[in-house]
Design a protein around this ligand. Structure first.
Ligand code: SF4
Ligand code: SF4
Length: 125
């Protein structure tokens, strides 16, 4: 082995002992995605939108720094418009969650953001 340009001699016995010791130890990594790990409380994962609480005010779209949210026509809200989310653009800043007067937007603990098509990360009202 070379450290700082100098060769360090390590007896093979020590190397072998270390290799065998690690062979029977539990792995320190997790076999993701085969094994799912739950994110902790308060984690900012993919957004969730509840249109039954939405007024259509547009506050969320106004504050979003990445244009993740656009307002589109909708008959389901009082002001006849509702947010559409392109979550591939979201940076999880939380501004839309904070500014929504009716708590229609919230974070989930879902961190599975790897998809084949960006459309899979769109929330249509
Ligand atoms: S969390 Fe931030 S970036 Fe994501 S949609 Fe809300 S305001 Fe936009
Ligand atoms: S801020 Fe809340 S109530 Fe207003 S449009 Fe966005 S989700 Fe709807």
């Amino acid at each position: 082995m070379v450290e700082g340009g100098e060769e360090i001699d390590m007896p093979w016995g020590i190397v072998l002992k270390e290799a065998l010791r690690n062979l029977f130890k539990k792995p320190v990594t997790i076999n993701y995605p085969v094994v799912n790990v739950e994110a902790p409380e308060g984690f900012r994962g993919l957004l969730s939108f509840n249109i039954s609480k939405c007024l259509g005010c547009g506050n969320c779209a106004r504050v979003c720094p990445t244009n993740t949210i656009t307002m589109v026509p909708s008959d389901k809200t009082r002001l006849k418009r509702a947010p559409r989310f392109e979550l591939a653009k979201c940076v999880f800043c939380g501004s839309c969650v904070e500014v929504c007067p009716t708590k229609a937007i919230s974070f989930t603990r879902n961190y599975h953001t790897a998809v084949l098509k960006k459309d899979e990360l769109v929330i249509n009202p």
